[in-house]
Design a protein. Structure first.
Lengths: 279, 452
C-alpha cells in the first residue's frame, strides 16, 4: 500500500517535472523555429505550424544575417569587447587579490573592506559621470571605453573572489617559496596562478558572460561603429513584429556562444554564477 | 633619495635592522605595484563616479544651479517616477518571493527523480542567455495575436475547448422578418408559436465561403410538418447566391446553418434546447400545449475569443516578471538544492522513522533547517531585481513602456532618453545605491565575521 502510494507519488512528481521542463524549453524552441522561417510564413501563422510542415524551415535568414555588414561587425565588436574585458579583469584582479591576501602594505584591510562594499554598487550610478570623463579623454563611443567600464565594475567581485581563494593557500607553501629566494612576481606566476586556476576559471567564465550579454553599458558607451550585437538588435526592436526574420536569428546567434560556454564548462559556470550572485 | 643611494653604495656597513627595514620597504613597493592598476580603475571609474553622482543630484537639470533636495522631492512628485518606484516595489516583493518558493519546491522534487542533473541543467541554462535575447524570446511568446504568440495560442485553444467557438460571429437577422434581437445579443421569434408548427429562422451576414463544410440546403427541412407535440424549424441563410429568392423564406438553394444552438422558451423560461443539423433543421419533442418562442442564444454570435493582452498596460509588469522567472528559477533551485544536500540526513531519517509524512517533514524540518540558505537566495534576488533594466526595456512595447517602468529604466530615460535631466537622473541613481546599501552592510559584516 505504502509502496503503491510512493510509486504513484513519484510518477506524479515525474509528470510535473516533465511539464515544467517543457515549459522551460518552449520559449527557446519558439525562438529557434522562428529564426528558421521566412517573413511570409511568420505573417501567416505561429512557429508551431512548422512542426506540421517542416518545409518552412531553412537557414536563409542566417545567410542573410551573415551577409549583413552591420550584424557581422556587431558580432565582432561583441568579441572585441568581451575577450579583453575578461582577460584584463582576471589579470588585474589576480594581482590585486594576491596583494590583498599575502602582501603587506599600509591600509590593506581597510581598502579591502571598501572593495567588499563596492560589490553591490549599481552600474547605473556610474553611467553619467564616466560618460563625462570618457568624453574628456576621447574614450566615449569607443571599444576601449566600453572595455574599461566593464573591467572597473567587474573588479570588486573579481578581487573579492580571488583574494578569498588565494587566502586559503597554506602559509607554509608561500614561505617555502620565499625562503628559496623567489621574487614576488615569480611566486605569483609560478605558484599562485596555477593553484588558483579553478577560481580563475569560474571568474573568467562569469565575467565573459556578463560582458557578452551586456546591453546597458554598450547602449551608452558604444557609438554605431563600436556597438555589440545586443545594441544592434535592440535598435531594431522598435519594428518588432515585422522583422522577426532578423531579430530571431540575431538573438539566437547572440545566445549560442554563452550557451555553448555554459554546456562546455557547466561546473565552473555554475560556481561562477553562484559566487557572483552577490553582485 | 641621497640616503638610499649612499646605502646602495656601501652595503657592508648596513645593520641587520636596516636591511630588514629596506626589505620591508621594497616589499611595500612591490605590493603597491600589484594593487595599483585595480585601485586606479576602481578610484577613477567607481568611487569617483559615486561621489560625483551624489553631488550632482543636488544640482538642477543643466548642472549650474544648486537646488538642495529638490530632485529628491521631485522624484516623489513626478507621476512617472512614482510609477517607477511603485513598479520596483512590486518587483522586489513578487519576484524574489515567487523565485524562492518555486526554487524550493523544485529543489525538493527534483531530488526524487533519476534525471535530476539534466533537469537542473535545463533550468539553469537561461542564466547564460542575455536579457536582450530573453526579451526577444518573450516578446515573441507574449504576442497578442493567437497566430503569433504561443501563450495566447494556448490560452485561446484552452478557452475554445471549454466554452466552444461561435460559428457565426457576423450573422444577423433582417429587420421585420420574424426575428427580434434582444439586448444580450440573442435573437427570438417575434410572434409566439406552438407545437405542431414549423418555423423558419432566416439569417444573413454569413459569407458563403464561411459556411461550415457539409452544410446542406434547408429547403426540404423547412417544408416538413411537425407532429402535434413537437415544434420543428430550420435556421438558414436567407440569401440566394446570384440573386433571386424570396426574403423570409427558405428557397430551393438556400443553405441551412448547422451547429446553431436553438432554445424553446415558454413564459420566459427555457424548456428545451437543441443544435441544428447539417440542413439547419431542429426539433423539440414532447412539448406540452401552449405558446412558445424560439430563441437563438447570443453564444452563437459571440465574437471570437482573442486571448489575453499580456503586454497591455494592466499585465505588462506581471508578464515581464514571468520572463524573469524563466531566467532565474534555475539559479534559486540549484542554490537551494546545494543547501538541501548539506542538511543532516539523520534528522530527516529520524522523522521518517517516527512516521512523519513527506509534507510534515518538508514543513517542520526541511524548511526551518534551510532558512539561512533561503535568506541568502532571497537577499541576492532582491539586489538583482532592484537593478532590472534590459528585460523591461525590451519586452514592454513603446506605448506601454511608461506603465512598465522601473527605477533603472526611469533613471535611463530621465538622464539619456529624451528627459535629459541629469540632476534628477543622478538622484535616481543615488536612490538605487541607497536601496542596495543594506546589502552592502550585510556583505561587509559577513566578510568581517568570516575573518574572525
Amino acid at each position: 500500500m505504502n509502496a503503491l502510494r510512493r510509486g504513484l507519488g513519484s510518477s506524479l512528481v515525474q509528470a510535473f517535472l516533465v511539464v515544467v521542463g517543457l515549459v522551460w524549453l518552449t520559449p527557446l524552441a519558439g525562438l529557434f523555429l522562428s529564426s528558421l522561417r521566412s517573413a511570409q510564413d511568420t505573417a501567416r501563422g505561429g512557429w508551431w505550424t512548422a512542426l506540421k510542415s517542416p518545409g518552412q524551415l531553412s537557414f536563409d535568414n542566417y545567410s542573410a544575417l551573415l551577409g549583413n555588414a552591420g550584424m557581422t561587425q556587431a558580432f565582432w565588436n561583441t568579441v572585441l569587447i568581451s575577450v579583453p574585458a575578461t582577460v584584463l579583469v582576471v589579470v588585474i584582479a589576480a594581482l590585486a587579490g594576491y596583494a590583498f591576501a599575502w602582501l603587506d602594505f599600509p591600509g590593506r584591510d581597510a581598502i579591502f573592506l571598501l572593495v567588499v562594499a563596492l560589490l553591490v554598487v549599481p552600474v547605473q550610478i556610474g553611467l553619467l559621470p564616466v560618460a563625462k570623463l570618457f568624453g574628456q579623454l576621447g574614450l566615449f563611443g569607443t571599444i576601449p571605453g566600453v572595455v574599461l567600464f566593464h573591467v572597473s565594475y567587474g573588479l570588486p567581485f573579481a578581487i573579492f573572489l580571488l583574494r578569498n581563494y588565494f587566502a586559503e593557500m597554506p602559509k607554509e607553501m608561500l614561505e617555502a617559496a620565499r625562503m628559496d629566494g623567489g621574487s614576488e612576481w615569480r611566486i605569483f606566476t609560478r605558484l599562485v596562478l596555477p593553484v588558483g586556476r579553478p577560481a580563475i576559471a569560474s571568474l573568467a567564465i562569469f565575467q565573459f558572460l556578463w560582458v557578452w550579454n551586456d546591453m546597458l553599458v554598450a547602449l551608452l558607451f558604444a557609438d554605431s561603429s563600436a556597438q555589440p550585437l545586443t545594441v544592434e538588435l535592440q535598435s531594431q526592436i522598435r519594428q518588432f513584429g515585422s522583422n522577426i526574420d532578423v531579430l530571431a536569428p540575431g538573438a539566437f546567434l547572440s545566445l549560442v556562444v554563452p550557451v555553448a560556454v555554459f554546456f562546455a564548462f557547466q561546473r565552473h559556470f555554475v560556481q561562477g554564477v553562484m559566487a557572483g550572485s552577490v553582485k | 633619495m641621497t640616503a638610499t643611494l649612499l646605502k646602495e653604495a656601501s652595503p657592508p656597513t648596513v645593520t641587520p635592522a636596516g636591511r630588514r627595514r629596506r626589505a620591508r620597504r621594497r616589499g611595500r613597493i612591490v605590493a603597491v605595484a600589484f594593487v595599483l592598476p585595480a585601485l586606479l580603475l576602481l578610484g577613477a571609474l567607481v568611487v569617483y563616479p559615486v561621489l560625483f553622482s551624489v553631488g550632482r543630484s543636488f544640482f538642477d537639470a543643466s548642472g549650474t544651479r544648486f537646488v538642495g533636495g529638490d530632485n529628491y522631492t521631485e522624484m516623489f512628485r513626478d507621476p512617472a517616477t512614482i510609477k517607477a518606484v511603485r513598479n520596483t516595489a512590486i518587483w522586489v516583493v513578487v519576484a524574489p518571493t515567487l523565485l524562492t518558493g518555486l526554487g524550493l519546491v523544485l529543489a525538493v522534487l527534483v531530488e526524487k527523480v533519476r534525471w535530476a542533473t539534466a533537469f537542473k541543467l535545463l533550468l539553469f541554462m537561461p542564466m547564460a542567455v542575455s536579457f536582450l535575447a530573453a526579451g526577444i524570446i518573450f516578446r515573441l511568446a507574449y504576442d497578442e495575436d493567437p497566430d503569433k504568440g504561443v501563450l495566447n495560442a494556448a490560452v485561446v485553444s484552452v478557452h475554445d475547448a471549454f466554452s466552444g467557438t461561435s460559428a457565426y460571429p457576423a450573422a444577423r437577422a433582417r429587420e421585420g422578418q420574424g426575428l427580434t434581437k434582444a439586448a444580450d445579443g440573442s435573437y427570438g421569434t417575434t410572434a409566439p408559436t406552438k407545437p405542431g408548427h414549423t418555423v423558419g429562422l432566416g439569417l444573413v451576414g454569413v459569407l458563403p465561403a464561411d459556411l461550415p463544410q457539409g452544410a446542406r440546403p434547408a429547403y426540404s427541412a423547412a417544408r416538413r410538418t411537425a407532429a402535434s407535440d413537437e415544434l420543428r424549424g430550420v435556421v438558414y441563410l436567407d440569401f440566394t447566391r446570384g440573386g433571386g429568392g424570396e426574403q423570409g423564406r427558405a428557397d430551393r438553394n438556400e443553405s441551412g446553418l448547422p451547429g446553431m444552438r436553438v432554445e424553446s422558451l415558454r413564459d420566459g423560461h427555457t424548456v428545451a434546447s437543441a443544435t441544428t443539423a447539417a440542413d439547419g433543421s431542429f426539433r423539440f419533442q414532447d412539448l406540452g400545449p401552449g405558446s412558445y418562442t424560439v430563441r437563438l442564444p447570443a453564444s452563437n454570435f459571440a465574437p471570437p475569443y482573442e486571448g489575453v493582452s499580456w503586454l497591455g498596460p494592466a499585465l505588462v509588469t506581471p508578464a515581464v516578471i514571468g520572463a524573469y522567472l524563466w531566467i532565474w528559477t534555475g539559479f534559486a533551485m540549484v542554490l537551494i538544492g546545494a543547501g538541501l544536500a548539506a542538511l543532516p540526513r539523520d534528522a530527516l531519517e529520524a522523522a521518517r522513522m517516527d512516521g512523519a509524512n513527506e509534507w510534515q517533514i518538508f514543513r517542520r524540518i526541511t524548511v526551518p533547517l534551510l532558512a539561512p540558505v533561503l535568506t541568502v537566495v532571497f537577499v541576492t534576488l532582491v539586489i538583482n531585481v532592484m537593478k532590472v533594466f534590459d528585460l523591461v526595456y525590451i519586452i514592454a512595447p513603446g506605448p506601454v513602456q511608461e506603465d512598465a517602468t522601473v527605477l533603472a529604466t526611469q533613471m535611463w530615460l530621465v538622464s539619456f532618453g529624451g528627459g535629459n535631466n541629469q540632476g534628477l537622473g543622478s538622484a535616481l541613481g543615488v536612490l538605487l545605491l541607497l536601496l542596495v546599501i543594506p546589502a552592502m552592510v550585510f556583505n561587509v559584516r559577513r566578510f568581517r565575521g568570516s575573518q574572525r
